[in-house]
Write a protein that binds this ligand. Structure first.
Ligand SMILES: NC(=O)c1ccc[n+]([C@@H]2O[C@H](COP(=O)([O-])OP(=O)(O)OC[C@H]3O[C@@H](n4cnc5c(N)ncnc54)[C@H](O)[C@@H]3O)[C@@H](O)[C@H]2O)c1
Ligand SMILES: N[C@@H](CC=O)C(=O)O
Length: 493
């Protein structure tokens, strides 16, 4: 059975890049296979564009920019809402494509389609509210104010773990602001991006406004970063690559937004019911098989409830099912590729060799070579890799702490600063710890923290800027100040 036959609308599977409203093949014969991480089967191929084809995407975006920015905000809103409607109408196909290329269980993929579409609707509306301001003048006979203008062409480079939502959270904001976009998706998961392009075309988004380029990642990124006509770069991915791109954007002094790695602490106070907290921690750790920038990587539990917490955590973890996300009731799909499995195994071995206890996690039960069974380690300490590196795998590490000051120090003991979780009902503890945590986002007594109204982003080496929320569109807007002088006597100036 071919991949396209699994879809109600086979045209959603595209194996070309999308530039200037045209499906584009590579001109140098280079291509990449796209694999199903659950089965290893080849789903299809994508072309790698040649450097001049990437430049052609910039040419197309430059032309499209003139017309797209000239539309009224409500006209752009209409087109984006049409795109949103199509995402909704095709959500099942989009979810199937996502599960096939990314591996996450189908219900999670449906959730991501819904989540991704919600950013399109949010920014369609926000585009109508890019207000400037009136400034009380200190200059005689003058009127002062600001207007917001689109920054220009935006390059968007995105990861494989959330192949659709990481694109729409950027693209919808940029497009609503009046900017055309050039998306470079991860090579592992290009089909979600290309399906977005197909639906953008059907929604009447003009040629050159939403482009998807494919190619050798370092080569494509270098061209986009060096291009002076590209005015903004928004990247989601690892801190390692984010640093490289920031450097590459220095010469052209671009606007750079970075959503990078996380290493979230999950803090459990002494007043918590250990079962309730353990179940929440399992949910925060194992989403997308741990391949989530928000994954609870370091679980810090007050010593008075540590043992009971571990017991409930292990019990809940044992109930998780691992398998092909298209088949049956699955909680955890595969990791994205074999290297991810090897990295996870190395992190576990390192922790055990340095004194951590393996409570559960038997890899002989893994249903395929890209699968990693959930692991629970206790006695995790500062000198272990698991403390400092994102495992990006279903590996949970638990540590006991004695008091609030100690847990704050432990939680902040990382270069990352994306998200943190805090479970306690003591309002004084909540306020103290919340204020002391060096993270861009803190969820208190909640695992869910994201969504369109939220300013998503990190501090420290987790990134620059915020996506979503009322400020997410600002990443794609310039503020132009004006001073209208010599107006004669202006009342109120
Ligand atoms: N903060 C967030 O919102 C957020 C969201 C999702 C994922 N992430 C992070 O993303 C990482 C996992 O994703 P990943 O493995 O795809 O990240 P990655 O950095 O390897 O890749 C991200 C993107 O960069 C491209 N890329 C890879 N190497 C490159 C290079 N040398 N030069 C230019 N581009 C290059 C990839 O093709 C992909 O499109 C994790 O660190 C995770 O925490 C962060
Ligand atoms: N879950 C995150 C993506 C991180 O990997 C989000 O909601 O953006």
């Amino acid at each position: 059975m071919t991949l396209s036959s699994k879809l109600s609308d086979p045209l959603l599977l595209r194996q070309y890049a999308y530039v200037d409203g045209k499906w584009t093949h590579g001109e140098g014969g280079r291509e990449e296979a796209v694999l199903n991480p659950a089965t290893g089967e080849t789903l299809g191929h994508i072309p790698w564009l040649e450097p001049h084809q990437i430049t052609a995407a910039v040419d197309a975006a430059e032309v499209a920019f003139r017309r797209w920015r000239a539309l009224r905000a409500d006209e752009r809103c209409e087109r984006l809402l049409a795109w949103y409607d199509l995402l909704q109408a095709h959500r099942e196909d989009l979810a199937i494509l996502m599960t096939l290329e990314q591996g996450k269980p189908l219900p999670d993929a449906r959730g991501e389609v819904e989540y991704g579409a919600s950013f399109v609707r949010w920014f369609a509306e926000e585009g109508k509210r890019t207000f400037g301001e009136t400034i009380p003048s200190h200059i005689p006979n003058a009127a002062l104010g600001t207007i917001k203008e689109p920054v220009g062409i935006a390059a968007l480079i995105t990861p494989w773990n959330f192949p659709l939502a990481m694109i729409t959270r950027k693209a919808a904001a940029a497009m609503a602001a009046g900017c055309p976009v050039i998306v470079k998706p991860a090579g592992e998961t290009p089909f979600s991006a290309l399906a977005l392009a197909e639906l953008a075309e059907r929604a009447g988004i003009p040629a050159g406004v939403f482009n998807v380029v494919l190619g050798e990642p370092a080569e494509v990124s270098k061209i986009l970063c060096a291009e002076d006509r590209v005015k903004a770069l928004s990247f989601t991915g690892s801190t390692r690559v984010g640093r490289l791109l920031l450097e590459q954007c220095a010469n052209t002094v671009k606007r750079v937004s970075l959503e990078l790695g996380g290493n979230a602490p999950f803090i459990v106070g002494p007043d918590m019911n250990p079962k309730e907290a353990a179940f929440a921690a399992v949910a925060a750790k194992f989403q997308t098989a741990g391949q989530d920038c928000l994954a609870a990587d370091r679980i810090l539990v007050h010593e008075s409830i540590h043992d009971a917490f571990v017991e409930h955590f292990a019990e809940r973890m044992a109930a998780l099912t691992v398998g092909n996300g298209l088949e049956g009731e699955i909680d955890l799909g595969p990791l994205i590729h074999r290297q991810a499995v090897e990295k996870a195994a190395a992190i576990v071995d390192d922790a055990i060799s340095k004194g951590a206890t393996l409570v559960a996690g038997d890899q002989s039960q893994a249903p395929g070579e890209n699968f990693f069974m959930p692991v629970l380690l206790t006695g995790v300490t500062h000198d272990m890799k698991i403390w400092h590196e994102e495992s990006f795998a279903p590996v949970a590490g638990i540590t006991a702490y004695a008091d609030d000051d100690q847990v704050i120090e432990m939680a902040n003991d990382t270069e990352y600063g994306l998200a943190a979780y805090l479970y306690t009902h003591d309002i004084r503890r909540i306020w103290k710890v919340l204020r002391a945590l060096e993270f861009g986002m803190v969820a208190v007594n909640s695992v869910k923290m994201t969504g369109p109204p939220v300013p998503f982003g990190g501090v420290k080496h987790s990134g620059l800027g915020r996506e979503g929320g009322v400020t997410g569109i600002d990443e794609y807007l310039e503020t132009k100040y004006y001073c209208l002088g010599a107006l004669g006597s202006v009342s109120g100036s």
